[in-house]
Design a protein around this ligand. Structure first.
Ligand code: ADP
Ligand code: ZN
Length: 653
């Protein structure tokens, strides 16, 4: 309501008479010009030549004096620069005035010639050409630029600093049922809905409700949709804005937009504030090549202070942000009280894709006998938005062929078209690559489950180009790294090596896909030696110091070349030793790996429970003593196709 009123005011301000009545301006402009020219033609002539047919003659000053002396002149007009004289013969004589001659006026007096002064400079014309016209030209250019800017920004030049037009407010009627294939993400946000519906219930108990939720996932996976569904389920207003629209050419605009956004939301709380593409403002503040960007930083600071400023316990406003680049976000955004809860909205697996197709099929007439499983198999790696497109495209195709229902052939053709379009953008996974990736991920997962000190597996996935990757846990506090024990670090290396080792054992050939794993494994061993005092080489001596924890971990090296050589050799030996141990484990468990691989071929993702079940069955069948780590429940990991992503990146370069 208040939002609407403000919108109207905004429009009036923006519109003003300048924007709305260009004709009015030109009318004024035209009148000014006409007046100016009248002035030019009228005044500057003096009175001598008015309306007469007199001939005008240019003569010299001395000639004029001659004429005056010989009484052939009846009237004289003198201006700053010239003298005009009316002769008895009705001729007008004009000459330049000579200022230094003091005898002229006495001469006129003596001969009884009437004389007067006149002004040749036309003040009005002068004013016009030297002042008014330039101002008008500048004003015109300014208006032109302003109107172009207005088109680009979707806001008025006079509305700078106000986001009212960019802030969308709605009460969505999207429900959780409309969001499919992202069940885990939905589970994470259901409690928010209940809180928004009955805040008192929670507040009475003193429960801490998260203020900010960060939805992380590739484009088109339904992050916006999920946020709207939260608002829809809770029946609260949904304020949304894209963070990229905060950033404009004028410093300070973004910050004031953030202020407006929160002001509007607080007025109507309980409410949801949704900020899309938060990475546009939330980039790590020291990540730019030239240091920082003032505007972005100001906007980010404003956002942080707004989030810190309101008391979520009294004002139920929940901020949901979305990004597909969580790794660039400033750590300040992820602190407690801000976006301290992160929810992964990843690409759907086989079952998820079928569910999404079903959601969008509700709106179109589909033949009863379509085989959705087939479509699900054909659409590996596509996101929800792509699937929605496919249904739509299929409906268009059916319509073009004057069918009454969408048939399987339409769906398949739509899939082919959409995949052809995507293929141009990014290479699709072929069968051979899929095989490599699947064994690689199973290698990681198996090692993780049978190694003491390693994290448990929640899920293994081979959905291409998803965001979830091995060890991808967004909110992993930095401190953890320093509190890890030696055997846990070694376990992490084992898990990292598991992917590459599996390729060697089962594919009998090594791909480039493991380079990221190997890099990280190397880093871990290097830090163990040089920073954590965990090896014999350096003993307790710290070779590398973390210079500044907040500046992204640059280190100062403080040792000789000889020591460096020794560190390198030791890292190499340690890696080799672990790699051989991992190879052994994988060979022992090769049957279990094969079983995991076929399960993954079936459904693209398997749960951690399933992984453990496969391993356990295998151990029982083969009379092995179980190596499953049952006792310690550590942080859990998604194991995904990060190697695949890496693979593509390197190929594209
Ligand atoms: P994102 O914000 O992650 O880029 P959107 O929420 O804007 O993606 O998704 C665009 C559209 O694609 C949605 O409006 C919806 O129609 C469809 N869509 C995407 N993901 C899903 C999903 N998980 N379930 C159903 N529809 C989806
Ligand atoms: Zn890997």
């Amino acid at each position: 309501m208040s939002q609407n009123n403000q919108n109207k005011n905004q429009n009036n301000n923006n519109g003003g008479f300048f924007n709305k009545n260009p004709i009015f301006i030109f009318a004024i402009f035209a009148i000014v010009i006409v007046l100016a020219f009248r002035g030019l033609t009228g005044d500057s002539m003096g009175t001598l030549g008015e309306g007469s047919m007199n001939a005008t003659k240019n003569i010299s000053y001395s000639e004029l004096k001659e004429l005056v002396s010989s009484k052939q002149i009846s009237r004289v007009e003198i201006s700053e620069t010239s003298i005009r004289a009316l002769g008895l013969n009705q001729n007008i004589y004009v000459t330049k005035r000579i200022h230094s001659d003091p005898t002229f006026i006495p001469l006129l007096d003596a001969t009884g010639v009437e004389y007067k002064a006149y002004s040749e400079t036309n003040w009005f014309g002068e004013l016009l050409f030297s002042w008014v016209l330039p101002v008008f030209i500048f004003f015109g250019i300014w208006m032109f630029l302003a109107s172009r800017m207005q088109k680009n920004m979707g806001g008025g030049i006079l509305g700078i600093g106000s986001a009212k037009k960019l802030i969308n407010s709605e009460k969505p009627n999207v429900k959780f049922d409309d969001v499919a294939g992202v069940e885990e993400a939905k589970d994470e946000v259901v409690e928010i809905v209940d809180y928004l519906k009955n805040p008192d219930k929670y507040l009475r108990l003193g429960a801490k409700i998260p203020k900010g939720i960060l939805l992380v996932g590739p484009p088109g996976t339904g992050k916006t949709l999920l946020a709207r569904a939260v608002a829809g389920e809770a029946d609260v207003p949904f304020f949304s804005i894209s963070a990229s629209s905060f950033i404009e050419m004028f410093v300070g605009v973004g910050a004031s937009r953030v202020r407006d956004l929160f002001e509007s939301a607080k007025k109507e709380s309980p409410a949801i504030v949704f900020i899309d593409e938060i990475d546009a403002i939330g980039k790590s503040r020291n990540s730019g090549p030239m240091g920082g960007n003032d505007e972005r930083e100001q906007t980010l600071n404003q956002l942080l202070s707004e989030m810190d400023g309101f008391d979520a316990d009294k004002l139920p406003v929940i901020v949901i942000a979305a990004t597909n680049r969580p790794e660039v976000l400033d750590a300040a955004l992820l602190r407690p009280g801000r976006f301290d809860r992160q929810v992964l909205v990843d690409k759907p697996d086989f079952k998820g894709r079928i569910d999404i197709l079903k959601v969008h099929m509700k709106d179109v007439k589909i033949a009863k006998n379509v085989n959705l499983e087939e479509i699900g198999r054909l659409t590996t790696g596509l996101a929800g938005a792509d699937l929605q497109n496919i249904i739509n495209e299929a409906a268009l195709l059916a319509g073009r062929n004057s069918k009454t229902e969408v048939e399987q052939s339409d769906l398949i053709e739509a899939v082919e078209r959409s995949i052809a379009g995507l293929e141009k953008k990014s290479r699709r996974v072929n069968a051979k690559e899929k095989r490599i990736v699947t064994y690689h991920e199973c290698g990681h997962a198996l090692i993780a489950e049978v190694t003491k000190g390693a994290k448990r597996v929640t899920k293994v996935s081979v959905v291409p180009r998803g965001l979830a990757a091995l060890g991808y846990t967004l909110n992993r506090p930095e401190e953890n790294k320093f509190l890890m024990q030696k055997h846990e670090l070694i376990a992490e290396v084992d898990v990292l090596l598991g992917g590459r080792a599996a390729e060697e054992v089962f594919i009998k050939e090594i791909s480039t896909g493991a380079s990221n794993d190997l890099e990280r494994a190397t880093d871990i061993f290097k830090s163990m030696i040089s920073m954590y005092g965990m090896s014999e080489v350096a003993g307790l001596m710290v070779l590398e110091k973390q210079r500044n924890n907040f500046l992204g971990g640059q280190t100062i090296k403080d040792y000789s070349d000889k020591t460096a050589q020794l560190v390198d050799d030791t890292v190499k030996n340690m890696l080799n030793e672990r790699y051989n141990a991992v190879l052994d484990t994988l060979r022992t468990y090769s049957g279990a790996i094969e079983n995991m691989v076929s399960a993954l071929y079936e459904s693209e993702t398997i749960e951690g429970e399933k992984v453990r079940e496969i391993i356990k069955n295998f151990e029982e069948e083969n009379g092995l003593e179980t190596r499953l780590v049952e006792d310690e429940i550590k942080e859990e990991i998604h194991i995904n196709d990060e190697s695949q992503d890496k693979n593509e990146d390197t190929k594209e370069v």
